[in-house]
Design a protein around this ligand. Sequence first.
Ligand SMILES: [Mg+2]
Length: 158
Amino acid sequence: MSFAVFLDVDGVLNTIKTCVASPDGHIGVDDRRIAILAGAIKKYGGADIVLTSDWKNKRIGDDLQYLNGKLREHKLEISGTTKDHWNNRGQGIIDYLKEHTEIDEYVILGDNRFDFEKYPKLWERLLITNGIEQAAFASNTPAIETMIFHDYIKDMSS
Ligand SMILES: [Mg+2]
């Protein structure tokens, strides 16, 4: 039994207005937004973090170390990554869940819809972000745990 957060990075832990840069010169991540994620996860009682972001493929070396270091400052750790082509992230999550049957509940954070709507269970667990502090339900009928996690994000953002 465990809870997982499927985490996108760009548009969640930063926005296009973010001024910090990663070691490789891309947009970095905002400490304030990582703190919101950490606070919500703590309030929920813990979560595995699974990276869905294309940081998993395109940011090798210094940038991944930088991201891991930033998360570690807030006692967070990436426990896995999905495998997919960039625009099939829903399929990547479905595959990950098949291999990790211990995950019985989860939420998906990201600023894009990709193929998520094809999978009702994913769609009901998707929070569309513009920076994590602005998280909106993708579905009109979100999963209850997603509603709870959304509340915790709001609590941490205020
Ligand atoms: Mg993104």
